[in-house]
Design a protein around this ligand. Structure first.
Ligand code: ATP
Ligand code: MG
Length: 603
């Protein structure tokens, strides 16, 4: 034992035993009683037979001990205790529990006993552009959170053969310098969560950013989780109504389905997703809207629309605006997914909107290039498919044994000049169960929502559509396809036979009928009435410009004068010819009232 600068090795008791070598950095070496306690602790924790102490003089340890066992560090130096206090203080400050710090200080001053917890400590080798390269943490895991001295957090993303690791930094990158220590947490990234998260806006790390105070979180849900397996799922069989006639009629979405919304910029993609959230009011569906790399003003517009319609009560917003580092934008959709998963695991139906995954892919590309991974097609890394497949595969309709909850996903992808065959769009098209293609030419011609009927598809939603809706839709999709074809021919020929002219007129009326303003969802009953009216050709003699007005009048008339019939439609899920005949009779009644004597009959 010495207080000089030399190392002193104490002889090991029995060389054939499993003896752990322990380095103690200190100013004053531990006395016999302290040694005995350290020995007992390490024998209990490490399962060794005995401990061999190497004492090194280190002024930075103050009047404590800094104990190293390989990479592991039990830091009871003065500095270590101060650091620990500082971290606790920061987290307490964040939680605005100033009262707690006083008792914590008292406890710490009184407590000079050795704790059994220990930390592995590494060193920062380099830091730049939101990426830190660290060494010394040989057991650190992929996806683990690590801490830096100032309280900054990072996520391990790259484990390299030379023992170093690449860490993406979430905040405080400017406070980290080469040579700083880095601590393991043995925890993967997650989001603190409870029911109280409803109506709140959070950042990708789960911290509230709406100024409404802390969220009383009881559970911690990991951001990354394996998707439910086949036995844990059941088939999609219940509809998730968007309230948009063009979608519910022709491309129905089921609970647990993944339906891509794809289109050029400014084609109403966000509006379709927001309308779907608005339409879930009173339908017992929890909604999560994830805004990735969007302007803060756009996110605010969505929040206002939801607040105005009273939809925030059942919605959570996860926002990582364009000003956030790429690391936060990268984890944002996983945070949204974890929030939805929490409610799904409690048997609830959920809807999660990822707005949008093209920007998410760009954030991941940035991170990958900075981590020096090889770029592939369009400079995206090779695992960009897995980036989205592991996210979207987590959407599911869970089996009854697991509570029967569901997660429906509406990912959004932005295309350039309508090119659906670019890398990211084709990847996501192949992962999802269908896509709603929004075309900019339709959008600018006033056909909104600009759903391109030819390129859109819903692969599993048909099974979820109610019998009533299925029959009411009838051949609308086919009629529209015929209309598009005839429209092309009609451009060449001047003379059209009567039948073709009628088909064109009917098609144009249908297109008008499918126009719908943003944030004005139709109920299922409204949709059934409108579809039956259209197919009975009752809109044929209404001038196209008037269709929307007549439509509103028709629906209002039904609601006011035939409330009991409306109620029956609301509660009928299966098709009945009697109901159809009744609805058509009522439509004929109002038509007869409104028709001028010279108007031609529809059929
Ligand atoms: P971005 O590419 O910027 O994300 P986007 O494709 O998400 O755009 P939106 O922001 O939803 O498009 O819509 C663009 C504009 O079109 C908005 O001003 C919105 O109000 C309008 N709009 C969207 N849908 C409709 C609609 N059905 N009827 C009328 N206007 C609409
Ligand atoms: Mg948008």
């Amino acid at each position: 034992m010495t207080t000089g600068g030399d190392d002193i090795f104490e002889p090991a008791a029995e060389p054939e035993k499993n003896i752990l070598q322990v380095v103690i950095r200190c100013m004053t070496p531990p006395d016999e009683a302290q040694r005995a306690r350290i020995r007992d602790l390490l024998i209990a924790e490490r399962g060794c037979d005995d401990v061999e102490f190497v004492i090194r003089r280190d002024e930075s340890a103050g009047d404590g001990f800094n104990i190293f066992v390989g990479d592991d560090n039990y830091d009871w130096s003065t500095l270590g205790r101060v650091r620990q206090l500082r971290r606790s203080f920061q987290s307490l400050q964040r939680e605005k529990q100033f009262g707690g710090i006083i008792s914590l200080l008292r406890e710490d001053i009184a407590d000079f006993s050795l704790h059994t917890g220990h930390q592995q400590v590494g060193t920062v080798i380099a830091v730049s552009d939101g990426i830190a390269v660290i060494s010394g943490l040989h057991e650190v895991c992929y996806g683990e959170i690590v801490f830096f001295p100032g309280g900054a957090k990072g996520l391990v993303q790259d484990l390299r053969a030379d023992g170093t690791a690449g860490v993406i930094l979430f905040s405080g990158a400017s406070e980290i310098a080469a040579g700083d220590i880095v601590l393991r947490t043995r925890r993967t990234a997650g989001v603190p969560i409870s029911n109280r998260i409803l109506g709140r806006m959070i950042d990708p790390l789960g911290a509230p950013i709406d100024g409404k105070g802390p969220i009383d979180a009881k559970e911690y849900f990991p951001l990354e989780r394996p998707a439910p397996g086949i036995v844990e799922r059941k088939s999609v069989s219940r509809p998730l109504e968007t309230g948009i006639l063009a979608i519910d009629a022709m491309f129905p979405i089921g609970r647990g389905q993944r339906e891509l919304i794809i289109g050029d910029r400014e084609t109403g993609k966000t509006s379709v997703a927001v309308d779907t959230i608005l339409n879930q009011k009173g339908k017992n569906v929890i909604c999560v809207y994830v805004a990735i790399s969007q302007k803060a003003s756009s996110v605010q517009r969505v929040v206002s629309a939801l607040e105005r319609a009273g939809a925030m009560d059942y919605t959570v917003i996860v926002s990582s605006p364009a000003s956030d580092p790429a690391s936060l934008q990268y984890i944002a959709p996983y945070t949204g997914c974890a929030v939805a998963e929490y409610f799904m695991s409690h048997g609830r139906d959920t809807l999660v909107v990822y707005d949008d995954l093209s920007k998410h892919a760009v954030a991941y590309r940035t991170i990958s290039l900075l981590l020096e991974r090889s770029p592939g097609r369009e400079a995206y890394p090779g695992d960009v498919f897995y980036l989205h497949s592991r996210l979207l595969e987590r959407s599911a309709q869970l089996s009854d044994a697991l509570g029967g909850g569901s997660m429906t996903a509406l990912p959004i992808v932005e295309t350039q000049a309508g090119d659906v065959s670019a890398y990211i769009p084709t990847n996501i098209i192949s992962i999802t169960d269908g896509q709603l293609f929004l075309a900019s030419d339709l959008f600018y011609s006033g056909q909104r929502p600009a759903v391109n009927v030819g390129l859109s598809v819903s692969r599993v939603g048909g099974a979820a559509q109610t019998g009533l809706m299925k029959k009411a839709v009838g051949s609308v999709r086919l009629d529209l396809a015929q209309y598009r074809e005839m429209q092309v021919f009609a451009q060449f020929g001047s003379e059209l036979d009567e039948q073709t002219a009628l088909q064109l007129k009917y098609g144009a009326g249908l297109m008008q009928l499918l126009r719908q303003p943003a944030h004005a969802p139709f109920s299922m009953r409204d949709q059934v009435i409108l579809l039956l009216t259209a197919q009975a050709r009752y809109f044929l003699d209404v001038p196209p410009k008037e269709i929307q007005k007549v439509r509103a009048e028709l629906l209002a008339w039904f609601e006011q004068t035939h409330a009991s019939l409306c109620l029956r439609i609301d509660h009928a899920s299966a098709w009945s010819d009697k109901l159809k005949a009744e609805i058509l009779a009522k439509i004929a009644e109002i038509k007869a009232k409104l028709d001028s004597p010279d108007a031609g009959t529809a059929k």
